[in-house]
Design a protein around this ligand. Structure first.
Ligand code: SF4
Length: 359
């Protein structure tokens, strides 16, 4: 285990926490460490890349990547720069991050980092859970705090119709239970709801949350898929989810854990269990956004719906020093978009689809 590392930003950026021109303090970094995935979820990978992946997986080869991947050491250097500018929470995403060799070592290194206030860095991970059964214990031992599992159905046929991977349902259930046994709690489950695909899962997912002691978060479908699936009608809005669950299991609203929390939290009238609803379409939360993203090939995206991205890795490759790179990050974040414009005239889908951005 590496000794605790205290990052020493240069004098001119020491006091300059990452803020944008709208006055929002940015303390949450999401890092995609690969855009490869072992699932082909219908609402995510709707484009031509599915054909490639199928042949690669059938041949036992890893799915071809679309964008480059950095080395683990390069991600670590870039993440340290962000932490030196006030980032307190790092979430590792993908594609599917558990496919990435060196993940355990990366988490071990991140686990030894301290924030500017000397607190341990908060390290989280979002996964489809397929490989969690095998990796939960080593990830916990390496310093991972908690895990979020993407799971879009609680019945096997629907689940496997969505993922296109036979046996995936039992693998994910096993992964969730292994994560609990390893102490990666609280376990959050992210369920993207699409009308006509899995909106029949709402009530059973609420029961699943209570039965499995996991926090199920329903996510309104956003136009981030590869193909052209998204329409306003396919979105199941927060109001409808609350009404439907409330009819079978009365809900009680809970306060947010922090101002930039994306989920609206609810418990049940009997106090057993918790759900959340992330409603970027019907009840956007951009005003309190505290997030920026780093793509698997080292580009900064200041918003999920950015039309442009910024080549931090390119600056590193050309030899910029840490102070120059910090200054670059600082300037880029200043220009962070105020909000998304989903459903508005002239709305443009982002320049990358979700699998190539990371959650
Ligand atoms: S859409 Fe962009 S600004 Fe809004 S919450 Fe998401 S990342 Fe933040």
């Amino acid at each position: 285990m590496a000794a605790a590392i205290c990052l020493n930003p240069s004098p001119e950026t020491r006091s300059a926490r990452l803020t944008d021109s709208h006055g929002r303090v940015i303390h949450d970094l999401r890092v995609s460490i690969t855009d490869r995935c072992n699932y082909k979820c219908v609402y995510c990978r709707t484009g031509e890349s599915v054909a490639h992946a199928e042949s690669a997986i059938a041949a036992g080869l890893e799915a071809p990547t679309h964008y480059a991947e950095l080395t683990i050491e390069e991600y670590l250097r870039l993440i340290k720069l962000f932490v030196g500018l006030g980032i307190t929470k790092v979430r590792l995403t993908g594609g599917e991050p558990l496919l990435r060799r060196g993940l355990v070592e990366l988490i071990q290194e991140l686990g030894s980092l301290r924030t500017l206030t000397g607190e341990p860095l908060d390290v989280a991970l979002t996964t489809n859970g397929h490989l969690l059964g095998r990796l939960a214990a080593p990830l916990k031992a390496a310093g991972l705090d908690r895990v979020t599992v993407s799971m879009d159905a609680v019945d096997e046929p629907t689940f496997e119709r969505i993922t296109h991977v036979p046996g995936s349902f039992q693998a994910v259930l096993g992964g969730i239970r292994a994560a609990r046994a390893a102490g990666l709690t609280p376990i959050k489950i992210n369920c993207v709801l699409l009308r006509g695909f899995n909106d029949d899962q709402v009530e059973s997912f609420a029961r699943f949350a209570r039965r499995e002691d996991v926090v199920v978060r329903f996510i309104e479908f956003m136009p981030l898929e590869e193909g052209r699936l998204w329409t306003p009608e396919i979105v199941v809005p927060l109001r409808e989810i609350v009404d439907r669950i409330g009819r079978v299991l009365p809900l009680v609203s809970l306060p947010p854990l922090e101002a930039s929390e994306t989920a609206r939290r609810y418990t049940f009238a009997d106090g057993i269990g918790e759900i959340g609803i992330i409603a970027p379409v019907s009840q956007a939360f951009c005003g309190a956004c505290s997030r920026v993203r780093l793509t698997s090939d080292g580009k900064i995206r200041t918003c999920l719906f950015s039309q442009i991205e910024h080549d931090l890795y390119g600056h590193m490759r050309r030899g910029d020093g840490d102070d120059e790179l910090r200054e670059y990050i600082f300037q880029i974040v200043q220009g962070k978009e105020a909000r998304h414009h989903i459903g508005e005239p002239g709305f443009l889908k982002p320049s990358r689809s979700m699998i190539h951005i990371g959650g």
